[in-house]
Ligand binder design. Structure first.
Ligand SMILES: [Zn+2]
Ligand SMILES: [Zn+2]
Length: 255
């Protein structure tokens, strides 16, 4: 029965007094507006955030360092970057959870700077209360320190491969370089790259980005070609933080 008599028993919002005929009531006897005022679902720390993305390896820096994304495809990196950024931009109380509803990003590096609008929804974990809003991520193309290093051809080790007697054949040289390239591709060490290859009179010199990787790869080479190996470790120049860099030259002789 509706009407004058039942009106007295009608439930109403304990804050603003509106009845459940006018507004939806939550279990706390509050209308949605009053509920959200009392229990906000989120706090936005930044509506817009700048993120750097390396155009070469797709690692990205949400705060300071290029820490994640290396080796991902462009679209995978964008997806991860959006998730990480949203988590940094919004603070959630324990009773709330966030979902990324939609975002618009280019398919590739069409520009050196682009904007990703992100629509997110925050939802109360128990009550049927939700709120959506939009955040913006400003993406800048910037080479990460590792790619810059790679471009400059910085290396920590040189592997010199020689024959016991005579000269390395063209086929032997190609086999050695293929093996090193394969190992570098499979390695998880981001510095495991071949910085330079130089054919010398009788052999080949290969400059490697990572000392650790170079020593591992040299052991594989030695085994594969049944050769001998000598490692000479030296302290090279100074790095950016003024520390001496340990470098090595590795000599492999194959029969
Ligand atoms: Zn109310
Ligand atoms: Zn990079």
């Amino acid at each position: 029965m509706r009407g004058g008599i039942s009106l007295g028993r009608e439930r109403f919002c304990i804050e603003c007094g509106r009845t459940e005929h006018e507004v939806k009531l939550t279990s706390k006897m509050l209308c949605v507006d009053c509920f959200l005022r009392k229990y906000p679902l989120y706090e936005v720390k930044n509506r817009r955030m700048k993120v750097k993305l390396c155009p070469m390896c797709h690692s990205y820096a949400v705060r300071r360092n290029f820490a994640r994304g290396r080796g991902l495809s462009f679209s995978e990196a964008i997806k991860a970057l959006v998730e990480d950024s949203v988590n940094k931009m919004v603070k959630l109380p324990f009773y709330s959870k966030i979902t990324i509803v939609d975002f618009k990003a280019p398919e590739n590096f069409v520009k050196n700077r682009f904007l990703i609008p992100v629509v997110v929804e925050t939802k109360h974990v128990e009550e049927d209360v939700a709120e959506s809003f939009t955040l913006e991520i400003e993406v800048y193309a910037e080479k990460c320190p590792l790619c810059k290093r790679k471009e400059k051809g910085v290396s920590e080790a040189i592997i010199q491969i020689r024959k016991e007697r005579g000269k390395l054949s063209y086929e032997e040289r190609e086999k050695i370089i293929d093996l090193l390239r394969g190992l570098a591709e499979k390695s998880r060490d981001p510095k495991a790259y071949i910085a330079n290859v130089e054919a010398t009179g009788g052999g080949v010199d290969v400059w490697i980005g990572s000392l650790k990787f170079a020593e591992m790869a040299a052991r594989v080479l030695r085994k594969r070609f049944n050769g001998s190996m000598k490692i000479f470790r030296t302290f090279g120049g100074l790095n950016k933080s003024g520390k001496h860099v340990l470098t090595a030259s590795i000599l492999i002789k194959i029969p």
